[in-house]
Write a protein that binds this ligand. Structure first.
Ligand SMILES: Cc1ncc(COP(=O)(O)O)c(C=O)c1O
Length: 388
């Protein structure tokens, strides 16, 4: 497969890992619980279309995204499985969603009243119930009945699902998770009194679906752990299923130089060599998402940990090496090299954030290389996109 980009820094996405993680989860779920593969935010920065295809091949029946634009992109890629937009869409855009057979989320009666008549294909909607996330969703029976009545009045709108989202399913203390489940059961009872047709219910994210598979309903929404990452350190320790990380970030050294003691490195000259030091330059910087706060973090060169020294620049940063290495020597920022590994979690901990955020902030200036059976099957890179 021809690689049409001209820089050494790259993300490698192991699609076999995506496949493996979905099959691991499916083994743990009851046979009656289906899987939404959550591929919003460009598949958590991995690449929406390639991840979606691998997840579907592994048995995910449906896809979930946050935005209508994300759903439309998947349709343009020829993906025809059901897609749910879990976030807000404007009522005037409902017609586009119905035409493309994209299911959207409803939680306000005014929204339902505002959508048009959908000549032709009906608009599929799922009702979002806020059981304690405090984000989107109806919270009371009154609000729920308002939305259901509005749907009944709209022949072009068809309700096919009800869902909620958990705020603490990844924590040790499960009191709030249980409280959300109690509120859900209560609202579902009210729902069934007011709505007689069958709908799909889906609640679980990665944490809930891996930890409490027996509590899941018709579908779960599998996000972070499909990418091979545990939703929290607690769940990682518990390890309800085995996961393979799909995302690795590589670069190559483009220069190595020996500096005398007391020489400065990078903007502000804030780093000074304390002795004779070998310094390597890596062609990746904050414009690629390798943000300035990562100064002091380590990368791997020749299987050894090397510290990032001096300020990270827009396109490059410097590391302290244990000796001379030629240009072209591989640098691993996230992933394995020889016996060493830098996990996504280590980068997240260094930045005092969660692993979810890290692949999302690696910008699309860094090419994504998709691998199956260790072979490159596709690449994507913003700099090759059509110019507008
Ligand atoms: C509504 C909703 N469902 C499911 C998910 C997937 O969650 P996770 O990535 O923890 O599996 C998300 C992710 O943020 C979400 O917002």
């Amino acid at each position: 497969m021809e690689q049409r980009f001209y820089r050494d820094s790259r993300v490698e996405v192991d699609l076999d890992a995506i496949y493996y993680n979905v099959t691991q989860l499916k083994k743990r779920l009851s046979a009656t619980t289906g899987v939404y593969a959550v591929v919003k935010a460009n598949g958590y920065g991995h690449g929406d279309v390639q991840v979606a295809k691998a997840a579907i091949e592994a048995g995910a029946e449906r896809l979930a995204v946050a935005l209508l634009d994300e759903a439309l992109r998947l349709r343009r890629a020829g993906i025809d499985v059901p897609i749910l937009v879990m976030g807000y869409i404007r009522p005037e855009d409902a017609e586009v969603a119905s035409r493309e057979n994209i299911t959207v989320t409803v939680y306000q009666k005014e929204w339902v009243e505002q959508v048009g008549d959908m000549d032709g294909t009906p608009l599929n909607v799922h009702l979002k119930v806020d059981t304690g996330m405090g984000r989107l969703g109806v919270r009371s029976e009154e609000e729920m009945v308002g939305v259901l009545d509005a749907i009944r009045e709209k022949p072009g709108v068809s309700l096919s699902g009800v869902f909620t989202h958990f705020a603490t399913a990844d924590e040790d203390d499960l009191a709030y998770y249980e409280e959300q489940n109690r509120r859900l059961e209560d609202l579902l009872e009210r729902f069934r009194e007011n709505w007689k047709q069958e709908v799909d219910i889906h609640t679980g994210n990665s944490a809930a679906s891996m930890r409490f598979p027996e509590q899941m309903h018709q579908f779960i929404r599998f996000g972070i752990s499909m990418y091979g990452l545990y939703p929290s350190h607690n769940v990682k320790k518990e390890k309800p299923i085995d996961l393979h990380p799909a995302f690795a970030l590589y670069s190559n050294l483009i220069h190595a130089k020996k500096l005398e003691p007391g020489e400065a490195v990078s903007y502000g000259a804030t780093y000074k060599t304390s002795s004779e030091e070998w310094v390597g330059t890596v062609p990746l910087g904050y414009a690629d998402g390798w943000i300035r706060k990562l100064q002091g973090m380590e990368v791997l060169v020749n299987g050894k940990r090397c510290e990032i020294i001096g300020r990270i620049c827009m396109d490059q940063f410097m590391v302290r090496l244990d000796g001379y290495y030629p240009s072209g020597t591989e640098v691993v920022l996230i992933g394995k090299q020889q016996e060493e590994e830098i996990e996504m979690d280590e980068v997240a901990d260094y930045l005092e954030t969660i692993n979810y955020e890290i692949p999302c902030i690696i910008t699309n200036r860094v090419p994504r290389i998709y691998k199956r059976n260790n072979e490159i099957i596709a690449t994507s890179h913003r700099l090759q996109d059509p110019i507008v």
